[in-house]
Design a binder for this molecule. Structure first.
Ligand SMILES: [Zn+2]
Length: 98
């Protein structure tokens, strides 16, 4: 799975923000030379390079999986903001009742 979140790494780890050359997903890598977000993308890219008869990877499938990854990431972000918001509301109510 592509690492879509900086928090997948140690806080002090050197991390590079990259765009997958195959599917265009933004991901984080520990090496500056990383080209693909995951083994699947690397596999397809190699296949395409090594064989002219390689079955073309379905554009639609590719876009769908890229969008799903992005969607999952955004849902995570949203969840975080919702929790933060709840926390702020609680604090506000506490201060009001004091
Ligand atoms: Zn990819």
């Amino acid at each position: 799975m592509p690492k879509l979140d900086r928090s997948d790494f140690k806080y002090n780890a050197k991390v590079f923000e990259k765009t997958c050359l195959w599917c265009g997903t933004l991901f984080f890598a520990s090496r500056s030379t990383a080209k693909y977000c995951c083994g699947t993308c690397r596999g397809y890219a190699n296949q395409a390079k090594h064989s002219e008869e390689a079955v073309p990877y379905d554009e639609t499938e590719k876009m769908i999986s890229a969008l799903l990854s992005e969607n999952a990431y955004l849902k995570g972000q949203l969840q975080r903001y919702i929790l933060e918001n709840e926390e702020l509301k609680k604090n506000l109510n506490r201060q009001r009742s004091e």
